[in-house]
Design a protein around this ligand. Structure first.
Ligand code: SIN
Ligand code: CO
Length: 420
């Protein structure tokens, strides 16, 4: 089968270089496409000065990003923004990489202090402020309007850009003024680990497979997950028409809240068939079945293990207002062993404990946290009474794991040692 072109020239009445139906079938959410001349003789609706003005307004979502590699001029005096330096020792002298992000709104003084090159100003949601920019969206009416997030405009000085990154949403990158070099990695499953210690989510490794210089009116479509890097060649502006694609977690969160509001107060965890508890601190299979029943069909989204862990963290957090205060110093094994022999362990009043069998061991739930534990230790800790005799604990099997568990609980402030 012939592979699809990645670059195309727009035609009269076809800004995408093809009918929208073909674009949606062949490229949308599938692969990148560069459309030369998508907006012929494009007159950007907003000038760099207008954009800077907008970036100074209260409520505008604006950022300035200074790109560096050790060569960029530093903003080093008085009230000038301090640059963050990350010296990458692995790469020696060539690897001094410093990036700085400034968050708006800005004022004239900020712009006056910027270096001549290697920075960019980005303003999101410009379509909400400027009707001419919003009018650009008329060209994207083949996409449901609620899929469109915003038009972000960037102004960049020579060498400026936000660095190599991936976006989780589709974007049309329309070149306004000047030129920008776009590099993208078109390989399937490209590496997407991020660099550490920078304020931006920059890719650790970026190996472009395609590079183009975009001229005014050219437009690059990128589906989610394609690594890309746009570097200004001289001054330029880019209009990025970004789509909105809610994450499944976001949908579920809202859906669950919505669903919860419709349920009557009387529909709740119920256990009319409760049998005398073998161990009051245990979450048994019958309890988990009842929890699934109270939730109805949504509970099927999780398998038994994941459901049990969720339930354990939920019930041990339930109605707990206080949060345990972690200890400043770690308690070591020797100190713990020595003190345990003549002390009791006490639960923090705000930390509820419960446990459940998990294979040959146990899962111990403590105020919304999960710990792997030997069964005997989980039982002893969760069963209460609140004061647990330390010398009795010290005799339990699997002492190494048991002591490590108690040390973790003491460090986190969930239990305290009390001298008898
Ligand atoms: C930019 O306009 O500089 C960045 C746009 C993007 O990469 O999504
Ligand atoms: Co991007």
């Amino acid at each position: 089968m012939k592979s699809l072109p990645i670059e195309i020239r727009a035609r009269k009445n076809q800004p995408l270089g093809m009918p929208p139906a073909r674009f949606l079938r062949d490229y949308w959410q599938k692969g990148p496409l560069l459309i030369r001349g998508a907006f012929p003789e494009f007159q950007p609706p907003l000038s760099p000065d207008d954009l800077a003005g907008l970036a100074c307004m209260d409520g505008a979502l604006a950022r300035i990003i200074l790109r560096g590699d050790g060569k960029a001029k530093s903003l080093d005096s008085g009230s000038r923004p301090r640059r963050v330096r990350n010296d990458d020792k692995k790469n020696g002298a060539t690897a001094k990489r410093d990036w700085k992000v400034l968050n708006g709104p800005f004022d004239d003084a900020t712009f006056a202090k910027l270096p001549e090159s290697r920075w960019t100003l980005l303003v999101q949601d410009v379509d909400k402020w400027d009707a001419d920019t919003a009018a650009l969206l008329d060209c994207f009416r083949f996409i449901p309007s609620w899929r469109v997030d915003d038009v972000m405009i960037s102004y960049a000085t020579d060498g400026g850009g936000v660095g190599a990154h991936v976006d989780q949403y589709d974007v049309f990158l329309l070149q306004g003024l000047g030129q920008r070099r776009w590099s993208i990695d078109t390989r399937p499953n490209p590496p997407t680990t991020f660099r550490e210690n920078v304020e931006l989510k920059l890719l650790e490794r970026f190996s472009p497979t395609r590079t183009w210089i975009l001229e005014p009116g050219d437009m690059l479509y990128l589906p989610p997950g394609v690594p890309h890097d746009g570097v200004a060649v001289g001054e330029c502006t880019t209009f990025s028409i970004g789509m909105r694609a809610p994450a499944a977690g976001e949908l579920l969160f809202d859906f669950a809240a919505h669903l919860a509001e419709t349920l009557p107060e009387s529909q709740r965890f119920a256990d009319p068939d409760l049998q005398p508890a073998r161990d009051p601190g245990e979450i048994d299979d019958a309890a988990l079945r009842r929890a699934r029943r109270a939730l109805g069909p949504v509970a099927t989204a999780l398998d038994d293990e994941a459901f049990a862990d969720w339930f354990g963290t939920f019930v041990t957090r339930y109605r707990v207002a206080q949060v345990a205060v972690p200890r400043k110093r770690h308690i070591d094994r020797a100190t713990l062993a020595e003190r345990l022999s003549h002390a009791s362990l006490e639960h923090d009043p705000g930390s509820r404990l419960a446990w459940r069998r998990h294979g040959r061991g146990a899962r111990l739930y403590v105020a919304g946290n999960v710990f792997d534990a030997p069964v005997a230790w989980a039982k002893a800790l969760a069963a209460g009474p609140r004061r647990i005799d330390g010398s009795r604990l010290a005799q339990l099997p699997e002492a190494t794991s048991g002591f490590a568990l108690i040390a973790a609980l003491i460090d986190a402030g969930h239990v305290t040692l009390r001298r008898r």
